[in-house]
Design a protein around this ligand. Structure first.
Ligand code: HEM
Length: 175
């Protein structure tokens, strides 16, 4: 019979997973809200000068938050990779597919971090990004949604829900 003593609650991995999912929710929700709700509403009811002031105020706050989010993503992501995912996927048939997908996810995440910090930033060289902020926000949203799909697939690969075929083209047979 199961007792309370049998319950396993790995606090650190679960806290890291919580932080990673919290950051992902914000990375998806905030740009969608700003691009498709706040901006059109502000354009409708504010005069251009007040709209610019609102934009500057939002950017000043977002500039600080974006670095906290990047740090949370990196800390929780690297922890999960090393302490949870790698031990579980090691020796698993889909390791090559997992590594390739994970590598691609990190590259896309770096592009997301770059755009998310360039848009509210003040660097002169990145002014062209800010001039076409609406378009870059859409690029950001599409990239984050793509990363979300890749992350769901990584999880499914690790759980054995999704399986890749045998990989022989790299000179390694994985299954
Ligand atoms: C825009 C950036 C990112 C988004 C939106 C994102 C989103 C997600 C989501 C939704 C999950 C699934 C969580 C779960 O099922 O428990 C996940 C898992 C994961 N993420 Fe991220 N992530 C991002 C960046 C990163 C970065 C930068 C790293 C590492 C440096 C990372 C490493 C991981 C790892 C290792 C997992 C576990 C995958 C597995 O199940 O084996 N992520 N991510």
């Amino acid at each position: 019979m199961m007792t309370v003593a049998d319950i396993q609650f790995p606090v650190l991995p679960m806290a890291m997973r919580y932080l990673h999912i919290l950051s992902a929710s914000l990375a998806i929700g905030v740009p969608i809200f700003v691009r498709f709700v706040l901006t059109p509403a502000a354009q409708k009811v504010l005069d251009p000068e007040t709209h610019l002031k609102l934009r500057a105020a939002v950017n000043a706050i977002w500039r600080k938050l974006v670095y906290v989010m990047i740090a949370l993503f990196l800390i929780s992501g690297v922890y999960t990779l090393v302490a949870v995912s790698m031990p579980q996927i090691r020796g698993h048939g889909d390791r090559v597919l997992y590594d390739a997908l994970f590598g691609f996810k990190v590259i896309l995440a770096l592009v997301v971090f770059f755009i998310a910090s360039a848009l509210p930033g003040q660097t002169k060289a990145l002014e062209p990004f800010r001039r076409r902020a609406g378009m870059w926000m859409v690029v950001l949203i599409v990239l984050v949604l793509t990363i979300l799909m890749m992350s769901v697939t990584l999880r499914a690969l690790r759980d054995g829900m999704v399986r890749g075929g045998p990989v022989v083209s790299l000179g390694v047979t994985t299954r």
